[in-house]
Design a protein around this ligand. Structure first.
Ligand SMILES: Nc1nc2c(ncn2[C@@H]2O[C@H](COP(=O)(O)OP(=O)(O)OP(=O)(O)O)[C@@H](O)[C@H]2O)c(=O)[nH]1
Ligand SMILES: [Mg+2]
Length: 454
């Protein structure tokens, strides 16, 4: 398919034990031949090596040894890209990896673009588009749940369902189109009912998938929770408890936190981005003005709020202001400092979670409350199989609207051409999810989000 050979460092840039330089394409073995000298009687030149074997040797550039390496040879088509692939594992110094890369580039490879290996895997039919996206999800997973969901998608669980849906819709489309070709024959009322019911089935299934969008988004991007409350309530102490380490400075001086601090924690399998904020109050200097401006900014972006109250003091006007200000957001009222004599009485209808950030008491219950707020119901294994992302969501919404229009047209007895046109829109939109119908722009936007070397 492609006549050029791509190369990139596949490991993160920086110092480490090992680094991997990856090559893919028709010339991969030949380029590796010119860069790699086998050492020892069992080592082979890449072009002479059998598939899926590893060879010890050195990389040599202009007669000079660059590094001592292992060279893995994988011949098409049983490879990630379905092309010939060579992976050279060298020492993990920045310069060593860079020099090995330069060597293969000088010998005929070109530098890969971000995601280009996976793009080739997609174009060569090794993965569909939803699976290719799962590769990126897998790399970016921050919790085991997210990893499980990515693995299910990579295994093709979502694709399988999408393909079944698309096949069903195509059958209906073929049926409608057949009648367009024979205008004298109307669709028999029974058959028409069957077609409509099949389409309605499809809509119900799309609804089901669309319901996973929210959870899918949470697993991929995490959910943002801002910690707010008046100065000294214990916001930073709470952040530290939730993270399990002392990230933010805590002090008895009100106004300790001036900048916003963001950290991700794993809360019952969900990646939650906690944002510690400066207590909103009358600013005393410019730094505080900026801190409070940033607090407001992150509050606007947060999906929910942890409002920290000081249990050792009666409710103040400031506390009331917060409650009013965030009444439209999902939130949890956290009563902190419950180790001190309790002065803060809340009306019984207001649910609060009591904690003590000095001892950590109540933190586990708070984590449960956060999980319950972020994710309705149990986290079920079968749910993880189909967690759609926002691109799938957009395509499914278009498909659903077009399918509903088709049903309306068929019910109204309007021309079949009209029904077929809408149905075709639906089929194409569903096809976008797995990449059966994908524009170059769409591919670019997906693969450019990958790292180089993937
Ligand atoms: N007794 C008691 N003291 C606490 C508790 N949690 C926090 N504190 C103390 O309350 C003070 C303020 O805590 P911080 O976490 O800095 O409060 P904050 O809300 O981040 O304050 P600002 O950043 O100034 O807005 C510190 O002296 C903490 O040690 C608690 O559960 N019990
Ligand atoms: Mg603070």
């Amino acid at each position: 398919m492609f006549d050029d050979t791509i190369a990139a460092i596949a490991t993160p840039l920086g110092e480490g034990g090992l680094a991997v330089i990856r090559l893919s394409g028709v010339q991969a073995l030949a380029v590796a031949d010119s860069s790699f000298v086998p050492v020892g009687k069992n080592s082979r030149k890449p072009t002479e090596a059998t598939s899926h074997t590893i060879h010890y040797g050195k990389v040599v550039r202009r007669g000079q040894q660059v590094d001592e390496v292992l060279c893995a040879v994988m011949r098409a088509p049983r490879t990630y890209t379905r092309e010939d692939i060579v992976e050279i594992t060298c020492h993990g110094g920045i310069l060593a990896a860079k020099t090995v890369l330069d060597t293969v580039l000088e010998n005929g490879a070109r530098l890969a673009m971000p995601g280009e290996f996976t793009k080739r895997a997609f174009i060569n039919g090794r993965l569909d588009l939803a699976q290719a996206e799962a590769v990126a999800d897998l790399i970016h997973s921050r919790t085991e749940l997210a990893l499980t969901a990515a693995n299910e998608q990579l295994a093709g669980k979502l694709s399988q369902r999408i393909n079944e849906l698309r096949d069903e819709m195509m059958k209906t489309l073929a049926h409608v189109e057949a009648h367009i070709d024979f205008p004298d024959e109307d669709i028999a009322p029974d058959t028409l009912e069957q077609l409509i019911s099949r389409l309605e089935h499809g809509v119900a299934f799309m609804d089901e998938l669309l319901h996973t969008a929210n959870e899918g988004q949470i697993l991929r991007r995490g959910i943002r929770a801002a910690i707010v409350g008046r100065p000294n309530a214990g916001k930073s102490s709470l952040l530290n408890q939730l993270l399990g380490h002392n990230r933010a400075i805590v002090s008895p001086i009100p106004g300790t936190t001036r900048d916003t601090i963001e950290e991700t924690a794993n809360i019952r399998g969900l990646p939650v981005v906690f944002i510690d904020t400066a207590g909103l109050r009358e600013a005393r200097d410019e730094i505080e003005v900026e801190g409070i401006r940033r607090s407001h900014e992150s509050l606007a972006k947060a999906e929910f709020i942890l409002h920290v109250l000081d249990a050792s003091e009666p409710l103040t006007e400031a506390d009331e202001k917060y409650r009013a200000e965030f009444s439209d957001k999902k939130r949890i009222l956290v009563r902190n400092k419950t180790d001190l004599p309790v002065q803060l009485k809340m009306p019984p209808d207001v649910g609060t979670v009591d904690v003590c950030c000095l001892s950590g008491q109540g933190i586990e219950a708070l984590k449960d409350a956060i999980k319950a707020l972020a994710w309705s119901g149990e986290i079920k294994a079968e749910m993880l199989q189909v967690m759609i992302n926002s691109r799938h969501q957009d395509a499914l919404q278009r498909a659903r609207a077009a399918t509903r229009r088709t049903v309306a047209v068929l019910r109204a007895g309007e021309t079949l051409e009209l029904a077929a046109a809408d149905l075709r829109i639906a089929v194409n939109a569903i096809g976008e999810i797995v990449g059966k119908t994908a524009t170059e722009d769409l591919l670019d936007s997906i693969f450019s989000q990958f790292c180089i070397g993937k």
